[in-house]
Design a protein around this ligand. Structure first.
Ligand code: UDP
Ligand code: MG
Length: 153
């Protein structure tokens, strides 16, 4: 099923000059970029986005890291986007991430792990709405679409 999911190329990806190399991986897989912008995350937005983690001992460091430099926020669309993209991203602890995943290839850290991706369909709907207004999301057809999927997929 066609889904949309939210990604954040975190400040470490931006500061290390990895934006293009990361986006290319998703384009190559066939995902369509339907929203894309560079933003500065506020402390309030960080607390909303990481509400499940604000009580953790590492939260102050996470908030400082996520709000000190810009991120690239992106909405991708495609078949089973949420699960497929989490697999392309790799596990939270990049030291345990397999080569070929984004975290496995670009990070060796749990806290500076390059990228965020929504972890379920429900979370994806909430996170897309948190970061993007309706008019910032675009409906269009990739010219490659008929070669990416069979008609029954
Ligand atoms: N994080 C951290 N230390 C930890 C666990 C998580 O700094 O021990 C940060 C890390 O940046 C991670 C983010 O908090 O990506 C969100 O954690 P979550 O468990 O939701 O992992 P994710 O969904 O990003 O894989
Ligand atoms: Mg998460």
């Amino acid at each position: 099923m066609k889904e949309r999911t939210l990604l954040l190329l975190k400040p470490d990806a931006v500061m290390r000059g990895l934006i293009g190399r990361i986006i290319t991986r998703f384009e190559s897989k066939g995902f369509k970029i339907v929203g894309l912008k560079m933003i500065h995350i506020s402390k309030d937005l960080s607390k909303d986005h990481y509400a499940h983690l604000t009580a953790k001992p590492f939260y102050p460091d996470l908030e400082k890291f996520m709000t000190e430099n810009p991120v690239v926020a992106m909405v991708l669309e495609g078949k089973e986007a949420v699960e497929v993209i989490r697999n392309i991203v790799g596990p939270t602890n990049a030291s345990k991430a397999a080569g070929g995943t984004i975290r496995g290839d670009f990070s060796n850290s749990t806290s500076r792990n390059i990228i965020h991706a929504s972890d379920s369909k429900e979370t994806a709907v909430k996170e897309v709405a948190r970061f993007f207004k309706k008019e910032e999301l675009h409906d269009y057809k990739l010219v490659s679409e008929s070669f990416l999927y069979a008609s029954d997929e």
